[in-house]
Design a binder for this molecule. Structure first.
Ligand SMILES: NC(=O)c1ccc[n+]([C@@H]2O[C@H](COP(=O)([O-])OP(=O)(O)OC[C@H]3O[C@@H](n4cnc5c(N)ncnc54)[C@H](OP(=O)(O)O)[C@@H]3O)[C@@H](O)[C@H]2O)c1
Length: 264
């Protein structure tokens, strides 16, 4: 179902463009309900303009804004948002996708508007992202979900402090998977494959495994491939000898959580 606008997107960089593309792809926001604020021309914004979106209109257009999405770098949000505030009406909600800027910090800089934080991945551009949502205000949370659910697997966080953990798992997770794929390819080389063959096999395996992920329990998926006494079982036993796989990933996520907190 479409989310009624106007929806104001502030910042059309890597993530802002992905969000915009995702909304248009999934028809979450009518192009005519989109207002994009961007200091420079961006292909995604131009594509939206061609379908009826407004780019950098007179600020009076913000008066009826239903939601303002802040997608600028954390270091510059105050400078960017402050000049917009006098134009916003009582009906507006502020949605921040910025990493590490907490709701109390946003509230202190923005005033009384309801705030919802969403941590999405750029996969939203293809309608296949991941998004974690937190808001103290139920209506703001519902609005955040409505804007991201059509283009992302969306989870509600019970506590804002969990945003760092969600970011360490979902935001950073694709990079861990790429690193795993790289290591799998190198291991294939060590077992005698040439580099290019190992690379193709490792990438295709990860892609195919992701396609099969579905809703099934992960141990059931493993059980379909690893029969007792077989070669996959032998590989898995080596992979997780003495629980080292679980330990390694715990350390990986904990390090990313720590860094998220330091940057916040
Ligand atoms: N990238 C990700 O995967 C990701 C994931 C989760 C969260 N985030 C969060 O998303 C935010 C944006 O990250 P990003 O990677 O998209 O950064 P980015 O590519 O640098 O985008 C930031 C954009 O803000 C624009 N901007 C600067 N001043 C502005 C102004 N006054 N009004 C409107 N827009 C303005 C910049 O425009 P110009 O290009 O014209 O300078 C730039 O395109 C960050 O807070 C980050 O923490 C990013």
């Amino acid at each position: 179902m479409r989310v009624a606008g106007p929806v104001v997107l502030v910042g059309c960089g890597r993530l802002g463009s992905a969000i915009l593309e995702g909304w248009l792809l999934t028809d979450t926001v009518a192009p005519s309900d989109l207002i994009i604020l961007s200091p420079s021309e961006k292909p995604a914004a131009e594509a939206a303009r061609a379908r009826g979106a407004r780019i950098n209109p007179d600020p009076e257009a913000l008066k009826t804004a239903r939601v303002v999405v802040l997608a600028v770098k954390p270091a510059m949000w105050r400078a960017v948002a402050t000049p917009l505030l006098p134009y916003l009406g009582d009906e507006a909600t502020i949605l921040s996708v910025m990493a590490g800027v907490t709701a109390p910090t946003l509230a202190e800089g923005l005033g009384g508007w309801p705030i919802v934080r969403v941590m999405p991945t750029t996969g939203v551009s293809r309608g296949r992202g991941v998004a974690s949502v937190w808001a103290a205000d139920p209506a703001a949370r519902a609005l955040g979900r409505a804007l991201f659910e059509p283009m992302a697997e969306t989870v509600d966080l019970a506590d804002e402090a969990l945003m760092d953990a969600a970011t360490a798992v979902a935001g950073s997770g694709a990079a861990y998977v790429y690193a795993f794929t790289e290591a799998l390819a190198r291991a294939g080389e060590a077992a005698g494959l040439d580099a290019s063959t190992a690379d193709v096999l490792a990438r295709a395996t990860l892609r195919s495994a992701a396609d099969s992920m579905g809703e099934d329990a992960l141990d059931a998926l493993i059980g379909r491939i690893a029969s007792p006494g077989g070669s996959t079982r032998a590989g898995l036993d080596a992979l997780d000898r003495d629980g080292r796989l679980a330990t390694m990933l715990e350390e990986t996520v904990a390090a990313a959580v720590r860094r998220n907190r330091e940057m916040g």
